[in-house]
Design a protein around this ligand. Sequence first.
Ligand SMILES: NC(=O)c1ccc[n+]([C@@H]2O[C@H](COP(=O)([O-])OP(=O)(O)OC[C@H]3O[C@@H](n4cnc5c(N)ncnc54)[C@H](O)[C@@H]3O)[C@@H](O)[C@H]2O)c1
Length: 433
Amino acid sequence: MSLIDKIVSRKAVVGVIGCGYVGLPLAVEFAKKGFQVIAFDIDAPRVDQINKGDSYIPDVPSSELSEVTKSGHLIATTDFKKLKDVDTVSICVPTPLRKTRDPDISYIVKSLESIVANRKEGQLIVLESTTYPGTTREVMLPELEEKGKYKVGQDFYLAFSPERVDPGNQTHSIFNTPKVVGGITPTCTRAVSELYGTIVTKVVPVSSPESAEMVKLLENTFRSVNIGLVNELALMSHILNVNIWEVIEAAATKPFGFMPFFPGPGLGGHCIPIDPHYLSWKAKQSGFEARFIELAGVVNGAMPHHVLTRVNDALNEHSKCLKGSRILIVGVAYKKNVNDLRESPALDLMVLLEQKGVILEYTDPYISSFNLLGREFHSANIAPGTDLSRFDAAIVVTDHTNVDYLGLTQRLPVIVDTRNVFKGITNSKIFGL
Ligand SMILES: NC(=O)c1ccc[n+]([C@@H]2O[C@H](COP(=O)([O-])OP(=O)(O)OC[C@H]3O[C@@H](n4cnc5c(N)ncnc54)[C@H](O)[C@@H]3O)[C@@H](O)[C@H]2O)c1
């Protein structure tokens, strides 16, 4: 039976490598559609949790996960020899930056080594991890061809398909977000289109893996540059004494040619602060300087410093100084209603505040504890009635929806609001960006 026939008849065994924010929802989606799915991860406790039907990814309810594990459609394993049993492999491993801000594709390379060591002929390999244009063809293809022993489009199929998952988004899930795919050969594109066509409403084929790789980087660079622009306008508006939030809201009433982006305390999450650097790194290899990307990085990276200045101004108004003050950080996740701390601007801000001698505490309904500055922080209880009189100020860094912000204004002397949660409220205690 051909690979396409196996996919169409749901007889294909689907493999997913890396069971994080991207891989676990993907694996569950395939399992829900009736495929036998094997999910691979190097993290044994995660694998155990999956097999118990106990989800650690907020977008995957444990009820959904346990349904597909109980039915036997999804099993997780750390045994990469089982790659021999799968007809398709989607690679969803991390792609961070090195300390030098260069791409770190070592997780992709490790996955590739496992696939080559346990290869099954006729397999479709799809890279989903965000990476620079050329990774699929220049890094993966030669390894999989094994010096001409195997031919792409014939003995195996290879493609790139960027993951577009948006954690915490209640409207757009894998199912209703179009999936871009680009194979090395037309047969590869056909195979990957058939596979993802079983779980998404629309597949968007492009002419090459390079185009598909670049699509993801365009999307995230677009966000990074526009956020950089609006952050700069926020700094400008502060000096001009104009309310940037009001300006954006009014501009957004234009029904064409404008899309709102909002200022904030800095960029966070795995994608936007990191992905554009994959593109600028690759461009640099060809002698091209990606100036917009670099400038957005500088402007966005300076926002925690700007917040520090605003906190200093706010305390000053109350005849206090940063050194020795006790400050409550409200929200440490990188964006609202998620439990993800990766690259969160709250962490940069906390480091800056600590350097100024501030005594720090935080509260976040989604993150009960974390390590920073060599110690463990625990989320402070701010429930109505709890004593908050020890704090000199609070900084709203993440705009989670289930926080009683108005209640805080009655119990804290100074609040710096970096997210406009106090929209429309005039109160001498509240300071904006
Ligand atoms: N999180 C997002 O919102 C998002 C959105 C779009 C794209 N992406 C991209 O998707 C990729 C994965 O991101 P994520 O957020 O799911 O990461 P994650 O850190 O949540 O999950 C990665 C998983 O891969 C596992 N892993 C690491 N090395 C492995 C190996 N060699 N073999 C098997 N498993 C391994 C880890 O244990 C972890 O469970 C990244 O390239 C990221 O840029 C992420």
